[in-house]
Ligand binder design. Sequence first.
Ligand code: UD1
Ligand code: CA
Length: 451
Amino acid sequence: MKKVLILAGGLGKRMNSPRPKVVHEVLGKPLINWTIDAAREAKVDEIGVVLGNNAGLVYPVIPNDVKIFIQKSQVGTADAVKAAKDFLDGKVVILYGDVPLISSKTILSLFESKADMTILTATFEEPFGYGRIVRENGEVVRIVEENDATDDIRKIKEINSGIYAFESQSLIYALERIRNENKKGEYYLTDAVEVLLKGGYVVKTVETDNPLSVIGVNTQRELAALMKNVKENINNALMDLGVTIEDPETTFIGPDVVIRPGAVLKPFTFIYGKSKVSSNAVIGPQTTIVDCTVGNNSLVIKSDCTNAIIGDNCSIGPFSRLRPGAFIEDNVKIGNYVEVKNSHLSKGVKAQHLTYLGDATIGEDTNIGAGTITCNYDGVRKNKTLIGKNVFVGSNTSLVAPITVGDGALIGAGSTITDDVPAYALALGRARQVNKEEWVLKKRRGISDEK
Ligand code: UD1
Ligand code: CA
């Protein structure tokens, strides 16, 4: 049985933030999810997380298959593990929720280790803030926290990553014996080293060859520094793969995004979530894409898209907004100030200006005139608008849903459409124009006559 337990119950005081530390995002992904995904990638049998008294704010980002344990009061990392005592069984790897870049490969290698406790360490040129690995005759004898360290110990550059593998039995033995006699008055999991050695257990260290992967986040500055680092690595990897990034400084790509070679990312572009961008797509400048698919040769310019699917050869923007459920087939054009929500736009649809399409299904090659609005909400329910193929919707049309417009129909500009339109019909839903000859002149004369 391979289990991973992630400690994320701490108050994160040094963040000075009203939100729990582990929900702060790095490239659009909460810290805790980086760690959970690394554990998932290592294909462990079970993942548990320990949350604290602000758990309510963390629940929403925890996937359903992850077991949640609650630590009632935040009195240290050893106490946090205790809160998940029932979870401990066989070999357990402990991860910290604020050490997000740990790799699945490292997690797997820790499961292979044969000791009662194996500590993952790293050598940092600037070890400030980390627990230091104290050795005697080359063997680890204890971990000393920054707060409790003497000047000599502070000079040690080998640090505790906060990542360990334990035999559960040995861990439980240590948890029962750890005391809180330190500057912070907390129960430190790091004290397991001394407790286990005293009890005749085997404690080992493994040094990571990738120090970046064990950086911890305790402050807002550290969060920003880590983001900068990761962002650079992701951008470099994409460029090596054949993606053009015009300005890596202002381009932010999440870790779970897939971008195909030949795609071009223009400055100030943000692509997050599980987005996929196909070959020769051009994204940006000034575009945000979250959880979207963008097809081959499609352009998305100065736009904001969330949870949308965009086909091949489409042109989106500038200033378009695609909201969740926008399903855009190939060769569609969506222009400035057009918002699409939960709607299916078939091949060749054009909606180029100032339009809202919500809860609509639109057939092939239909043209949506400027200023068209689907009135999908009647104050109680969201209603559907069904528009057929080759329809021409004149400018400034209101389509009061639920409503169906048949294939090939033509709607006169400025119409308010409240009844279904049959196929190939002309629908006019406005008052007829009246011209009153010379009315203005007469009015003027009227005024001067009065004088
Ligand atoms: C900890 C380690 C330190 C190590 C560093 C690596 C201890 C005592 N110290 O220090 O040796 O170098 O991480 O980044 O373990 N947590 C709880 N409940 C608590 C306290 C903390 O769940 O009561 C969680 C936090 O949410 C966090 C993790 O444990 O994810 C580490 O806690 P934190 O207070 O950040 O420890 P550090 O001071 O960074
Ligand atoms: Ca920390």
